[in-house]
Design a protein around this ligand. Sequence first.
Ligand SMILES: [Zn+2]
Length: 307
Amino acid sequence: MHILFLFLDGIGLGPADPTTNPFVAASVPTLRSLAGGQAWTQHAVQTNTNRALFIPTDANLGVSGRPQSATGQGTILTGVNIPAELGYHYGPRPNDAIVDIVQRDTLIKKLTARNLETTLLNAYPPPFFAAIESGKRRPSSAQLALLAAGVRFRGMDDLREGKALHVDFTGQLWHEHIRAENPEWAVPVISPQEAGQRIVSMAREADFTFFDNWLTDYIGHRGTLKDAIDQLQTLDAVLAAILDAWADDEGLIILTSDHGNMEEMGHRKHTENLVPTVVIGSQRDAFADGLSDLSDFAPRILEVFDD
Ligand SMILES: [Zn+2]
């Protein structure tokens, strides 16, 4: 049993307007097929196809205001409704109260305690490690949950060896931005197909595999509609390769988000829209029975490994 968790920051189900919603404007046949042919918008309803469950999911968690990353990611990885516990949404980086909750008792720690191995697919560039070690950069809630459980953070060497992915899947952004800082930080750029195959082969080597894709939220805040369309088309090709390589009895693939943002490119803010959840795998019905909000993932993932 392998679980592959593809976390995409800041994607929601928004209005079906191709001038602002990249999920409508982009050519994304695989995303649509995962939702039974529906576009990923606020009109999409829960659907079960022959491979995937598509579930519009509540990220507001009963608390008013725009949902934020620190509380949303923390909720996904602990199963604790952190906004309800604190009375507010908070982010992007966790405050001390969220740090306490996220370091205390996460899904990742519980998996480790059962001798289940967690792999983080992301490769981080050299400046990231320097900033974390110096304390200049507070990790995100997802990163904290992984660090607190002792999960190894991959870097440039892993990327060169084909044992990690940059946040954009292909490494093109690393090539353009990180290598520009230092020519010695060059890494190969791969195709979306290779990225999908790499994700599956790495997921087969671990019990629980996590990919932390913050780029979608970043594009929602600072990018253009074209950036968003390009990233979704890359994601679509990666998912197509994953579906080709993955057999449904190998385990579960779970894709979800912490809050909306990139589905409304007309403003730079998060949204209160539902977020898309996709669950792929032969046990998807049992896993997703009653799943409705971000606090429902962690307990169900533990149950899958109990069975
Ligand atoms: Zn954000």
